[in-house]
Design a protein around this ligand. Sequence first.
Ligand code: AMP
Ligand code: MG
Length: 402
Amino acid sequence: MLNYDEANEIIENEFRNINLTKEEVDLLDSLNRVLSDDIFADLNLPQFNNSTVDGYAVKYNPVISEWKIIGEITAGNYNEIDLDDNSAVLIMTGSKIPSSCNTIIPIEDVTVENGFVKFIDNAKFKFGQNVRKKGEDILVNELAVQKGTRILPQHISLLAACGQNKIKVYKQLMIGVLATGDELVDIDTFPENDKIRATNHYTLLAMIKQQNMIPINFGFVKDSKCGIKNRIESALNSDIDILLTTGGVSVGKFDYVKEIIQELGVEIKFWKANIKPGKPIVFGVYQKENKTKFVFGLPGNPVSSFVNFIFFVQNNMKKLYGIDEQKVKARLISELNKEDNKRHFIRGSLKMNDASNQYTVSSVCSQSSGNMVGMSKANCLIIFEEGKNHLTVGEIVECIMI
Ligand code: AMP
Ligand code: MG
């Protein structure tokens, strides 16, 4: 059986064949998308020397502490005023500073009387204080936002400042999800006897959405070979780039998925990885009319398919888009043990320890691959590598935020 790294490398290599095309979207629609081209500043920021406070603009001279007020400038209403050492201009935050001035005294630090402004405490007087210099944030033609950035509101701000109303981003992948299982009923139904509510496709569709890819819901289907085959076939014939199925990939009596996708022409790249949870995963590639699609047959257990998605689908998708994986190192505060040689992904609770300024992590109570309650209490997955069977309190472990 392949270990995690071997299985992951196969997916990573196959994903390299995905041709990430670009599209142009309106600035606001670029939120959470991945920037496909570097954006350069089309101007200096700030574009002119300006005041960081409401105050008085003066020409710095350390021996002077009183000035005659000879005018005022508000933001957006500049007028060139020529100042000498003994004159000041009332100036508002963000206003352009007259070229003859170099220092701003905050309004809170002065008294004003009979058209004169006076420093309350001259010791505070410093050359260049409260001036934002032209180009100090970024110079024209400098790199503003790097390609591969997931665009967040803070990037929208800078893109807007650089006059970008259309943004080039990578196209989102279209990812279909189909759940399988005789036991499944809709979530608006109360499950009777041995039925359960079908939850996996919601989880996976939510994860796809969280990655800002396009989720396509193929619903769920009973464990009939013919029924599953028809649904997978039509999914493969749709516009999706990736198909995720859940259930029916293990060695049970009705575990048909692997056989079915093979019959449909999907080339199986691997089946099973030496991990827990999520071992029975099957991964294959489907080629039709120059278009490559990827098929992940994920196990039915809710935690298994969740973990499989993060470590095999999401991480490789991020790599493809050039987005860094969010790993956090943390100090274990509860010991971890396992008996097998699999890589375990332990649902954990990660906290910042204020005293040590370090993350600490402990496992959440239940590690059962069917336990959605335990999963809902976790905020990270702790990586417990193959080759290790015991992690002691105080060890530093790697965690993936979820
Ligand atoms: P399977 O991988 O089909 O053997 O299913 C493993 C376990 O996951 C069983 O307990 C199933 O009832 C459960 N399961 C399968 N599909 C789903 C689903 N869509 N939502 C929730 N649980 C599921
Ligand atoms: Mg099943």
